[in-house]
Write a protein of this length. Structure first.
Length: 388
């Protein structure tokens, strides 16, 4: 009921504005015409009286005859009679047209507000389960169809966000359920025969499962913090962060080549360290035996990490930046990682107003580039190979 009352108020306002403009313009028109007519009639009658006082140029009734006086009296009263009739007709006409204007304004405002009613009705019906609905307003391209198209676009983005959140929750639940199931099985089955050797195996299984759950929870926290945005920002020497992250990344005989130029960016040093560490760790882990990793930081703020490794299908590169996505499994699969590495990289990059791009390398591997907005360069440069 309140919504109907608001729609009626807008319709009444439009009708009142339409009728008010009509009455105002009509009154101005009638007043102007009648005043001009009054002036003209009085001037004509005055001219006729002047002509009567002039010497006659033709034979006619004596000027003082009763007939001449009666005619001149009627002529003198003619302007007032015509004006009274004119005002009466104008008033009746304006009153009748005002009623017509009210009806036309009410009908016209209803037609103008009909698309808005449709938009309101669609918005009122929407819920999480009906985000697929669209207004799809037809008609000429005007402000109302543009509003409806904008609303449809917003619904599409909202539906994508809700679907992504659902997938994220389902995948997170799956990932958290796996280590918990391992721990429960180890406790229930392994402790049936608690020999010292069996207890040592159970201990290792429980520690591995606990470590996996801990990494997953830590990754989820970092991802949530990155999606929330930066609370504080400070100048960060990105070249120093890159060197530190590369030096701390463990490897298995993978040759890592590091080339950096002095760069300063605005951001959070902890999150930037996590971004670089995830890129380098991902490049080392998804590599082949004896492979290489190239890390380059240009003075323009472009950070590039390139590695050798398995073939990466070009049509699946974008999936790698989604949470819990792995190259060898569409959703989740057996792996020592949780599938959050590159999604954390993308979230941290967005929080720092940076762009992330990826492309497969010919022959295998991946090249990832993060383009930061460099503030200024510090003195000195460094280019050196590092073996890890």
């Amino acid at each position: 009921m309140p919504a109907v009352r608001r729609r009626g108020t807008v319709r009444l306002r439009l009708t009142a504005v339409h009728t008010g403009l009509f009455v105002a313009t009509s009154a101005i028109l009638v007043l102007t015409v009648n005043l001009l007519l009054q002036t003209m009639l009085h001037q004509r009658v005055a001219g006729m009286k002047i002509a009567e006082a002039a010497p006659p140029t033709f034979a006619g009734p004596p000027s003082g005859s009763p007939m001449t006086g009666a005619v001149m009296g009627d002529v003198a009263d003619l302007p007032d009679a015509v004006l009274r009739y004119q005002w009466t007709v104008s008033g009746v006409t304006i009153a009748a047209l005002t009623l017509v204007s009210i009806a036309a304004g009410w009908w016209l405002s209803g037609r103008l507000l009909r698309p808005l009613h449709r938009i309101t009705a669609t918005a009122r019906r929407l819920s999480v389960s009906t985000l697929h609905e669209r207004i799809a307003l037809a008609g000429p391209r005007d402000e109302l169809t543009e509003l409806a198209d904008t609303f449809d676009t917003m619904l599409g983005r909202l539906q994508s966000a809700v679907d992504s959140q659902r997938r994220f929750v389902a995948n997170a639940s799956h990932e958290l359920r796996t280590p918990l199931a391992i721990q429960r099985a180890a406790i229930q089955i392994g402790l049936d025969d608690p020999t010292p050797q069996r207890l040592d195996e159970i201990r290792r299984e429980l520690l591995l499962a606990n470590h996996r759950a801990e990494r997953l929870i830590e990754g989820l926290l970092v991802l949530a913090q990155s999606e929330h945005g930066l609370e504080t920002s400070e100048p960060v020497a990105l070249d120093a962060v890159v060197r530190q992250a590369v030096g701390e990344t463990p490897g298995e005989g993978i040759a890592v080549t590091l080339a950096t130029e002095p760069v300063q960016v605005a951001g959070d040093p902890v999150l930037l360290h996590r971004l670089v560490a995830n890129l380098v760790h991902n490049a080392v882990r998804h590599n082949r035996s004896g492979g290489t990793v190239e890390v380059r930081l240009a003075s323009t703020g472009d950070l590039t990490v390139r590695n050798t490794g398995p073939e990466v299908p070009a049509d699946r590169v974008d999936e790698l930046f989604e949470p819990f996505r792995r190259l060898r499994a569409a959703r989740t699969g057996p792996s020592d990682g949780a599938g959050l590495g590159l999604s954390i990289v993308a979230a941290i990059a967005r929080a720092h107003d940076a762009a992330v791009t990826a492309r497969p390398n010919p022959g295998g591997g991946l090249e990832l580039t993060v383009r930061f907005r460099a503030r200024q360069a510090t003195s000195g440069a460094e280019s050196r190979p590092v073996m890890i």
